[in-house]
Design a protein around this ligand. Structure first.
Ligand SMILES: [Ca+2]
Ligand SMILES: [Ca+2]
Ligand SMILES: [Ca+2]
Length: 221
């Protein structure tokens, strides 16, 4: 490495992490959301940076940052916590208080194997980051069926988030709703099976939870 390229690399590194700050750019913000995950009443910016690895479901993330939200996404943000999550191959990040304890969990949709399920698959993981550590709340090996995607949304209007998932059934697709039951999630509602996803999105007079589920799954960045 020449002295010039070493200096350039150093300068780029300094811009990305000056002191306790992280500089968000259009390329390092792979997936992000805003939520109060520290339990102090103020929202944080929760951001996944990209890794070099891709999966059948798209690019996998590298680091999970909990950042001071600042004014804009692009720019320097104070780092509250930083976690290396690349081994779990996270595909996206979201947040919600799924276990109803007053603190929002960070959920990573990951692409990995599980202890009793050795094939690679999308799996829903939940963590508490409010104590500056990545504390596992629930590392799900699966939902009731293989899923296309899931979102966190208040499906029943009680102020806490449930899991809304778009799942594959033998004859098509369905939506399912899961709520926390102190050890994990229980499926408490599901839609009819629709032959294709378009039919599911265009179903006539859907129930309220289905409407919210469809909006939250389709509205995720
Ligand atoms: Ca907070
Ligand atoms: Ca919680
Ligand atoms: Ca709820």
């Amino acid at each position: 490495m020449t002295r010039f390229s070493a200096a350039l690399l150093c300068a780029v590194w300094l811009i990305a992490c000056d002191g306790n700050g992280f500089y968000v750019t259009e390329t390092n913000a792979m997936k992000y959301c805003y939520a109060d995950v520290t339990g102090d009443g103020n929202e944080e910016l929760i951001l996944l940076t990209p890794s070099a690895e891709t999966t059948p479901y798209g690019q996998a993330g590298s680091s999970l940052y909990i950042l001071d939200p600042g004014k804009d996404l692009i720019g320097r943000h104070e780092i509250i916590s930083e976690f290396d999550v690349k081994d779990m191959k996270p595909l996206t990040v979201m947040a919600g208080d799924v276990n109803r304890d007053g603190v929002k969990e960070v959920s990573l949709k990951v692409y990995k194997t599980a202890e009793y399920s050795p094939e690679y698959a999308q799996r829903p993981f939940f963590f508490n980051v409010s104590r500056g550590k990545l504390e596992a709340v629930w590392l799900g090996s699966r939902l009731a069926r293989p899923f296309v995607d899931y979102a966190l949304a208040d499906l029943n209007g009680d102020g806490y988030e449930e899991i809304a998932s778009l799942e594959m059934a033998a004859e098509g697709y369905l939506l399912a709703a899961y709520s926390w039951d102190s050890f994990g999630f229980t499926c408490y509602a599901k839609s009819d099976v629709h032959k294709n996803i378009e039919n599911l999105y265009n179903m006539e007079s859907p129930e309220t939870w289905i409407k919210i589920a469809l909006e939250s799954i389709s509205g995720r960045q």
